[in-house]
Write a protein that binds this ligand. Structure first.
Ligand SMILES: *[C@@H]1O[C@H](CO)[C@@H](O)[C@H](O)[C@H]1NC(C)=O
Ligand SMILES: *[C@@H]1O[C@H](CO)[C@@H](O)[C@H](O)[C@H]1NC(C)=O
Ligand SMILES: *[C@@H]1O[C@H](CO)[C@@H](O)[C@H](O)[C@H]1NC(C)=O
Ligand SMILES: *[C@@H]1O[C@H](CO)[C@@H](O)[C@H](O)[C@H]1NC(C)=O
Ligand SMILES: *[C@@H]1O[C@H](CO)[C@@H](O)[C@H](O)[C@H]1NC(C)=O
Ligand SMILES: *[C@@H]1O[C@H](CO)[C@@H](O)[C@H](O)[C@H]1NC(C)=O
Ligand SMILES: *[C@@H]1O[C@H](CO)[C@@H](O)[C@H](O)[C@H]1NC(C)=O
Ligand SMILES: *[C@@H]1O[C@H](CO)[C@@H](O)[C@H](O)[C@H]1NC(C)=O
Ligand SMILES: [Cu+2]
Length: 820
């Protein structure tokens, strides 16, 4: 067996949540192909007005930085990559330290200097009995005489630049838990019909370990660990829990100090292995049914041919090329009055910066902060299961999209790049951009003398983060009226709970007990209720940075009007608007019955004297986005206070560029960024404001989530909609449509007579008039304009046969190699 280099950051990733073992292999397809439309190659050149100051470090910048770090005495003992991470220091990640807003604004509007490029450097520093993840800021980027290395703590309200890590050696944890499996192979063979197989991780019948943290704090780690079937058939490991659990107590990163205490099987908690073994070997020990893999986890049906499946569906085409403009070098987009820059990050995926309409900024930035999923259940794993997915890398796990299926065949693609373990990584074709025309019009009206209808064409920027079992599809959508939507759809495998049945199945009788946390979806599995709370941060600048928040309530009213007398003897029952300025930083919820509006108002007015504003509101998802149901979650500690309200209005500060840190997951009680501390009652009236809002939902999966959760029913969305921002609806300028004129030729009735008579062609007026372009000629389509040619999709620099990777790399090989 060939020695392998496992990227260290990925090792830590696996260490902290061995549950990730449950998950299916990831892959990044680097076949050297950039999927572009024919027309996009012949497009007019287009350049951003200025450099993208938020662009991730490029490969050269990173190389210069590595050279600099290697030569600096501060990092004298730093190792770049290692097959045996343990004692010593290792480079975790480098990425752009985004410039301060104040410096960027100075540069863009006041001819200030170009903001310096700085890097954020994260280092794993292991000591004798303790391990730390430590952060530095290094800049201005070398080569420069001024480059310095400083502790990075200004964005962190913990006042420090590190978190303590409970582990430093992936191999020890993996070996350790798998040894437990070896030690009780007689029991697992008997109860689960399988054993662990350390020598052959590709064994589809082998058992693996999944875990969830009970406690991670100041070096102490307690986990409940459960046996899982491999899920190698379809990648459904998260649906294959086996119902045998043990508790691991790790008081330090040193495996010599670890111990197993309790065991759990069939609703019985055993104080130690001996007690469990005694019970197991005694007569009458009750076995429960086994949760086998099988066709029930297959996502595809290659066989059935119900009526209709033999014909391909209608599709969107773009035969004359895109109407948006894209500067690929600066990741800058312009479309129908909108312009914005794209920026990516390994943990936080895609963000947009300097979003403008008609060259006036609406948002300084908008981007993902964190993705929480929090479970509940009646057994040791599900009852406290929780993920903060930024830890695992929402960006580095934004994998290659599949052209024609993830995005329309005419979409264009951008890559996601990041630097981990001293290595430059590219997820090819991870972001797609396309225009799409909705099936429903944007506007229509039938009048006495005609009908007018406008198409609703919008621009979408999409990426998908596949974090283990779950696929989060994120869309930023731009509409012709100036609205911006952020939409999340989820798919993939749910986390199921083990629900084995006794040998003589007794049907649970009480609905309350039977379905307290979920529903049965297979012989030995149930669903687990959970909340998805996905946090976004939008730094709004509605016509300048000086904004305020108004809550306008729609309220019932009892009022007496003089003109109602005497017919209405008492008062009229009616309704009205009430307006309240939100004066201080606070969290708010979406109102019941949608009976209130939140407006972010500018300091300027439209021509009607009304304050120009954008309204933030639930968008086109299923229901209203949520906040976390669980109050004071035992698992979350202080790591995700943002999850407790639907939206938050805060003051923008250079030292508060984010509401979450990816390492909050392993430092829940003492996180680097405690969002709760950011909401400290500062005045937000006529200040520079930032809004935090959630997407997500209460996910109560049913048998319809098997094999996969479906995107159309798991969507959630928030929209920013212009509200008195323009003097009227600006989509009229941009939209394309038709007017069918059925006005009689009676000159008396022809209100546009004067105009019409000026037109020579009045006589031939077809009475069908188009505004904006339309298709005038037929188009010749190549097959690939409908179905991109995916035959080459697996070609090129592909990481190779995944079974081989598994054999060589162990269970994490699936992730280590494939995710890179
Ligand atoms: C590097 O390692 C040496 C030997 O263990 C130690 O004396 C020195 O302090 C370390 N340097 C840094 C900067 O940590
Ligand atoms: C770390 O290094 C010390 C001293 O070299 C050694 O005693 C200890 O066992 C090492 N720990 C691990 C986990 O390798
Ligand atoms: C496995 O069993 C052996 C012998 O009983 C014991 O010494 C060892 O600690 C066990 N290992 C684990 C990881 O449980
Ligand atoms: C766009 O900006 C120009 C120049 O500032 C202004 O005259 C025009 O009214 C703006 N259009 C809209 C729709 O705001
Ligand atoms: C806008 O802000 C300026 C300075 O803070 C203030 O003097 C002015 O009254 C504000 N305008 C409006 C319409 O509130
Ligand atoms: C959560 O914590 C708050 C503040 O400490 C307390 O008022 C509230 O009762 C707690 N709720 C629960 C369910 O523990
Ligand atoms: C950004 O501003 C903070 C103060 O809020 C400062 O400490 C930090 O050095 C600045 N960052 C850069 C890259 O200039
Ligand atoms: C709101 O902000 C104002 C101005 O900073 C301050 O005087 C007031 O005390 C704050 N109110 C609360 C409830 O924090
Ligand atoms: Cu879910």
């Amino acid at each position: 067996m060939q020695a392998r280099t496992i990227p260290f950051s990925l090792l830590t990733l696996v260490v902290f949540s061995t549950i990730i073992y449950l998950l299916k292999p990831f892959y990044n397809i680097d076949n050297g192909i950039s999927y572009e439309t024919d027309s996009s190659r012949t497009r007019r050149p287009f350049s951003a007005p200025s450099r993208n100051v938020w662009s991730e470090l490029d490969e050269n910048e990173a190389l210069e930085l590595y050279e600099y770090l290697k030569q600096s005495s501060a990092f004298a003992n730093l190792t770049w990559s290692s097959t045996t991470p343990g004692n010593g220091s290792f480079l975790n990640l480098v990425e752009l330290l985004r410039p301060n807003k104040s410096d960027v604004i100075d540069y863009m509007h006041n001819e200030g200097p170009t903001p310096e490029r700085w890097a954020r450097v994260s280092v794993f520093e292991n000591q004798e009995k303790e391990a730390f993840l430590v952060e530095y800021m290094v800049g201005p980027l070398p080569p420069s005489k001024k480059t310095q290395i400083l502790p990075l703590s200004y964005p962190y309200n913990a006042g420090r630049n590190y978190v303590q890590s409970p582990l430093y050696n992936i191999f020890s944890l993996y070996e350790w838990t798998m040894k437990v499996g070896d030690n009780i192979s007689d029991i697992t063979q008997d109860l689960l019909g399988a054993t662990t197989n350390r020598l052959k991780p590709s064994d589809p019948n082998a058992l693996f370990m999944g875990s969830r943290a009970v406690v991670i704090e100041e070096g102490l780690m307690v986990h409940w660990i459960e046996f899982y079937r491999s899920g190698l058939r379809s990648g459904a490991r998260s649906m294959l829990p086996q119902g045998l659990y043990f508790k691991l107590i790790a008081p330090s990163p040193d495996p010599a100090t670890w111990e197993i205490t309790e065991w759990f099987y069939n609703d019985v908690l055993y104080s130690d292995l001996e007690a469990f073994r005694r019970a197991w070997s005694s007569p009458g020990f009750e076995r429960i049914s086994i949760n086998y893999d099988g066709s029930w986890t297959d996502t595809e049906d290659f066989v059935s041919s119900p009526d209709g499946r033999e014909l391909p569906p209608p599709l969107s085409i773009q035969p004359l090329g895109p109407r948006y403009k894209l500067d690929r070098k600066q990741n800058y987009v312009s479309w129908m009055g909108f312009t914005f820059y794209l920026s990516t990050s390994s943990h936080f995926s895609l963000s947009l910066f300097d979003v403008r309409y008609n060259n006036s900024r609406i948002m300084y930035s908008i981007g993902l902060q964190e993705a929480l999923s929090h479970y509940a259940g009646s057994e040791p794993l599900q009852s406290g299961l929780e993920f903060l997915d930024a830890f695992f890398g929402m960006g580095s796990m934004s994998f290659s999209l599949v052209p024609g299926y993830d995005c329309p065949s005419h979409a264009e693609y951008l890559d996601m790049t990041y630097h981990k373990n001293g290595k430059f990584s590219t997820n090819k074709n991870a972001i797609c951009i396309f225009e799409y025309t909705s099936d429903a019009p944007l506007q229509r009206h039938t009048s006495a003398y005609g009908a007018t209808v406008s198409r609703n064409t919008y621009l979408v920027v999409r990426s998908v983060s596949t974090v283990g079992n779950y696929d989060y599809t994120f869309d930023y959508i731009f509409y012709l009226d100036g609205s911006i939507e952020v939409k999340l759809r989820a798919s993939g495998y749910i986390f199921a709970a083990f629900a084995g049945q006794p040998q003589t199945p007794t049907h649970d009788t009480s609905l309350a007990k039977r379905s307290e946390y979920g529903y049965r979806i297979h012989e030995s599995a149930k669903t687990s209720m959970h909340d998805h709370v996905i946090s976004f941060r939008a730094d709004l600048d509605i016509d300048g940075p000086t904004n305020r928040v108004i809550r306008t309530d729609i309220k019932p009213l009892i009022k007496t009007y003089p003109w109602d007398r005497p017919e209405v003897p008492t008062s009229r029952n009616t309704m009205h608007l009430t307006h309240q300025v939100i004066q201080n930083e606070t969290g708010m919820d979406w109102p019941p019955n949608s009976a209130a509006m939140y407006l972010i108002e500018s300091n300027s007015t439209n021509i009607w004297g009304e304050r120009r504003a954008y309204r933030i509101q639930p968008g086109t998802g299923m229901g209203t986005p949520i906040h976390l149901t669980i109050e004071n979650s035992t698992t979350l500690g202080r790591s995700a206070a943002w999850a407790t309200s639907d939206l938050w209005f805060l003051r923008t500060h250079d030292h508060e560029p984010a509401g979450a840190h990816e390492n909050n997951y392993i430092s829940a009680n003492n996180p680097l960024i405690d969002f709760g501390k950011m909401v400290d009652g500062e005045s937000i009236e006529n200040e520079d404001l930032v809004v935090f809002f959630n997407l997500g939902g209460h996910h109560v999966p049913s048998s319809q989530d098997i094999p996969n959760t479906l995107m159309h029913t798991s969507a959630s969305s928030v929209m920013f909609v212009p509200f008195n921002f323009f003097d009227d609806d600006v989509s009229r300028t941009y939209r394309q449509g038709v007017r069918i004129d059925r006005r009689p030729k009676d000159p008396e009735l022809d209100v546009q007579k004067g105009e019409r008579e000026k037109e020579d062609k009045y006589k031939d007026d077809p009475q069908v008039k188009y505004f904006g372009a339309r298709y005038m000629h037929g188009v010749d389509l190549k097959a690939k304009q409908l179905e991109p040619d995916l035959s080459d999709y697996m070609r090129g620099d592909f990481p190779g046969d995944w079974v081989k990777n598994n054999v060589q790399g162990g269970a994490w090989g699936m992730f280590g190699e494939w995710a890179d």
